[in-house]
Design a protein around this ligand. Structure first.
Ligand SMILES: Cc1cc2nc3c(=O)[nH]c(=O)nc-3n(C[C@H](O)[C@H](O)[C@H](O)COP(=O)(O)OP(=O)(O)OC[C@H]3O[C@@H](n4cnc5c(N)ncnc54)[C@H](O)[C@@H]3O)c2cc1C
Length: 310
């Protein structure tokens, strides 16, 4: 936990960002978690994953956008990839994940309104393509705003998915509020550097909260999306689904691209739905730093790559 907090804090430094993004080694390290930068490469990975029975959610990388043009370019990228999924007849098994801060939420003043309009445009294109959108959840200061945008979007696009983070004290209540019929909720542990005032700090407390939240979602009428690589959480989700008499079509597992691929295939072989979150694009820095912070072994891997290629 200490390493995780320190690395996440360090990743906010402009100097560290400059160092990491200009290092020649970066590409080898990045490739483990980010399979490509272009729409074409994203579609190729989708085809490959679908070929092995897995489902996909695509994330065009970017966050904390502070220029309106940049936010608009992100919307254009989503429209492009949705058109490509539709053209390739892949949209039935591949949806998109969107960070509101990448499409305007962080713009001063009317950011939330701009993000809502942009999200509507993406939801519309997704529906036309025959797929859905899930709104990623970012740091705790954005949660109320993201849930407001979600509520508005669900008026017209009730299929829009939400993400809730078990490390936040508030999340069990948010799960109760979002466990209704038709509600798609991705439950993850949470990846940001959050203070004690709002978030559980120990691994055990986060895990216990994850299980409490999972119980609420599995007992509800919605569609739980169990996003975790933790074997304990996967086993508990399987048991809860059985206890609640859920069919294998009434919930799904989700994991990140490049993490525990054998377990991803095992879950498919056992007859469950397994969706892989595939990030693509050039703005991989924030995403990579969160992945490195999750596991001290990743840091060693990162440092080893540094040494072997310099
Ligand atoms: C589909 C999906 C979507 C997500 N969306 C969001 C979001 O919108 N907002 C948000 O805050 N977080 C999101 N996350 C990240 C999540 O919050 C966690 O940070 C991350 O999943 C690690 O937690 P874990 O449940 O896998 O458990 P952990 O206890 O962290 O990990 C369990 C095991 O998984 C493996 N593992 C975990 N992380 C890594 C890694 N980086 N590299 C290699 N192995 C690893 C290890 O074997 C580890 O022992 C998402 C995660 C997934 C799977």
């Amino acid at each position: 936990m200490v390493i995780r907090h320190s690395l996440l804090a360090l990743s906010r430094s402009d100097r560290v960002k400059h160092l990491v993004t200009t290092m020649p080694v970066s590409s080898a390290v990045v490739a483990r978690y980010v399979p490509g930068e272009t729409t074409e490469s994203a579609v190729e990975v989708v085809q490959e994953l679908l070929g092995s029975g897995r489902l996909v959610t695509l994330d065009f990388l970017g966050e904390d956008t502070v220029e309106r043009e940049h936010a608009e370019a992100t919307v254009t990228a989503y429209l492009e990839v949705l058109a490509a999924l539709s053209e390739g007849r892949l949209a039935g098994s591949a949806e998109v994940s969107v960070k509101l801060s990448a499409i305007g939420q962080a713009l001063p003043g009317t950011g939330e309104k701009i993000a809502l309009e942009h999200a509507r445009t993406i939801c519309h294109a997704a529906r036309n393509a025959g797929t859905t959108v899930t709104l990623d959840m970012e740091d705790h200061t954005t949660v109320d705003s993201t849930l407001r945008v979600l509520r508005e979007l669900r008026e017209d696009f009730p299929e829009t998915g939400a993400v809730l983070q078990a490390y936040l004290h508030r999340t069990e209540d948010d799960c109760r509020a979002l466990a209704g019929e038709g509600s798609r909720v991705r439950l993850c542990k949470g990846a940001y550097n959050e203070p004690e005032s709002v978030a559980y700090q120990s691994r055990l407390d986060v895990d216990l909260s994850y299980v409490r939240c999972l119980k609420v979602l599995m007992a509800g009428d919605g569609y739980p999306m169990v996003a975790s690589h933790d074997p304990n959480m996967v086993a508990i989700a399987e048991a809860l689904a059985r206890n609640h008499g859920r069919s294998t079509e009434s919930f799904e597992f989700q994991m990140l691209y490049g993490i525990r691929p054998d377990e991803q295939r095992r879950i498919v072989d056992d007859g469950y739905r397994m969706r892989v979150y595939v990030p693509y694009g050039q703005e991989w820095y924030g995403y990579l730093m969160r992945r490195l912070a999750e596991r001290p072994a990743n840091l060693a891997f990162f440092l080893r790559s540094l040494v072997s290629t310099t």
